[in-house]
Design a protein around this ligand. Structure first.
Ligand code: NAD
Length: 480
């Protein structure tokens, strides 16, 4: 078991202000694998003071972009050196299959940071423009001290997505990890320490919602960038609104995969292994409502069930595992309750619905589960379950499919499956979500990522994500 007695605040390891600790429990063995401090409001105060000093009193925000790029590159290098250790740690924490962790939990954050470096290198930080009356400079200046609060499902993806653009634009940052993913956060703190950034440029706090709330309320923080549930996002958005603090929110989803009557069902079955079940279904963009035409309904149900049944469930550290346990007992129980609710509401259980695979005595497992004959208004079709549970919902025609896809309070992602590119694009253009895929779902770190409706406010990745950490300044009337 690893014990971290201190917090990484303002560039050094400090005694926490409280004696409270968080026990990190392995999803597969249910054993405590680490103990970390649970940061309190006084630790947040200290981290904000350090972030403010680095922002207000050092030249960090005004360094040439090349220097900040070098700093982020040093983080990337440190991250890459510990790639396998990070992948195994995250799989232990949240149950992600190791094959996915190596790519989606570790290679992806590296890719995101490198992509953001390229974007920053190509950004016009100060440009001269001719207006209607005067010539002016447009300057891109950092927003200030950033509070980054993240979820546990893809912890380092979420941190990299916020930390890289924050640092590249000249902000300083306080990262608050999710309790379940505290160990990889401590590893990141070690990597940042070794990257030799200016003191206070980054603090990493482990702690719960109380620490997050203290950040949201803190007058020394200029911007909150949050990824987590819509429930917490709503509260954070309201609190930031009352102090006019800048805020970005990346929240939940209940995305639809629209299967057209000309879809290749083998492609669908293969594609849903990622689009619906990636990371054990613990993915904000998971396509958990499969909309199927009545004309091929039974075949689509078979294809979706085949996709679910093809996933080998087991120890996430075993390379042959395609689906591991859920992150916690609480999450497993939540998912179980939704499955029971689906049955009560009259949905037909096609496969799954049981817990551990045979022989598995520990771990918070839920077998990949498919419900058919689901009505879009049922709880299992409207609530984000955040586990390996999908619903197959019948539709009449293409407009009905689009109507059903949009009949959700979320708007994060989606996909369409068809042999006809034009039909696919037509559906893609009609669904009100921030991202969409055709015959698959493949996020790209240069394309904007974010949600419509209750899935969030703002966009991450690429130039769109960098802009979230920038204030635009116009200096008017410059000499010609
Ligand atoms: P959560 O909202 O419970 O917690 C997320 C983080 O916020 C944690 O660090 C937590 O300690 C902190 N927190 C909780 N309440 C807070 C509050 N009131 N004020 C400040 N901080 C608070 O979410 P979770 O269960 O950890 O994560 C799952 C959710 O995250 C799902 O809804 C999922 O869809 C969403 N998510 C969204 C994206 C996206 O990009 N849109 C990506 C990953 C996860």
């Amino acid at each position: 078991m690893r014990t971290y007695p201190r917090l990484f605040v303002g560039g050094e390891w400090c005694e926490p202000s409280t004696a409270e600790t968080i026990e990190v429990v392995e999803a597969h063995s249910e054993e405590v694998i680490a103990r970390v401090p649970s940061a309190g409001p006084a630790d947040v105060d200290r981290a904000v003071a350090a972030g403010r000093r680095a922002f207000d009193e050092t030249d960090w925000p005004r360094l040439p972009i090349g220097d900040r790029i070098d700093a982020v590159r040093r983080i990337v290098d440190g991250f890459a050196e510990r790639a396998e250790e990070l992948a195994r740690t995250i799989s232990s924490e949240n149950g992600a299959p190791i094959g996915f962790s190596r790519l989606g939990q570790v290679a992806a954050p590296i890719d995101i940071m490198n992509s953001m470096i390229d974007v920053a290198a190509g950004t016009a930080w100060e440009e001269r423009r001719t207006g209607r009356y005067v010539d002016y400079l447009v300057r891109r200046e950092p927003v200030g001290v950033v509070g980054a609060i993240v979820a546990w499902n893809v912890p380092q993806v979420l941190i990299a997505t916020k930390l890289a653009p924050a640092l590249l634009s000249g902000c300083t940052a306080i990262v608050k990890a999710a309790p379940e993913a505290s160990v990889d956060a401590m590893m990141l703190a070690e990597i940042i320490e070794a990257a030799d950034l200016p003191r206070g440029a980054v603090s990493v706090l482990t702690g719960g919602a109380e620490a997050g709330r203290a950040m949201v309320e803190h007058p020394g923080i200029d911007k909150i960038s949050f990824t987590g549930s819509s429930a917490a996002g709503r509260e954070i958005g309201a609190r930031c609104g009352s102090s006019l603090k800048r805020v970005s929110l990346e929240l939940g989803g209940k995305s639809a995969a629209v299967v057209l009557d000309d879809a290749d069902l083998e492609t669908l079955a293969k594609g849903l292994r990622f689009a619906s079940f990636v990371n054990n279904g613990q993915a904000c963009a998971a396509q958990t409502r499969i909309l199927a035409p009545r004309s091929t309904y039974d075949e689509v149900v078979d294809a979706v069930a085949g996709s679910a049944d093809s996933l080998r469930v087991g120890n996430p550290l075993d390379p042959s595992t395609k689906m591991g346990p859920l992150v916690s007992r609480r999450q497993r129980d939540r998912v179980r309750d939704y499955i029971a609710g689906g049955r009560r509401d009259g949905a037909r259980l096609v496969t799954g619905g049981v817990d551990a695979p045979p022989g598995q005595t520990t771990g918070w497992f839920v077998q990949p589960t498919v419900f058919a004959d689901v009505v879009n208004t049922m709880e299992i079709a409207q609530e984000e379950i955040f586990g390996p549970v999908v619903c197959v919902i019948p539709y009449d025609d293409e407009p009905d499919a689009v109507r059903l896809a949009n009949a959700s309070r979320y708007g994060l992602a989606g996909s369409v499956w068809t042999s006809d590119a034009d039909r696919g694009l037509r559906v893609a253009r009609s669904v009100r979500t921030g991202t969409f895929g055709i015959n698959g779902y493949a996020p790209d770190p240069l394309a904007p990522f974010g949600g419509y409706k209750e899935s969030g406010i703002g966009r991450e990745w690429g130039s769109f994500g960098l802009e979230e950490y920038i204030e635009l300044k116009a200096i008017n009337g410059i000499p010609t």
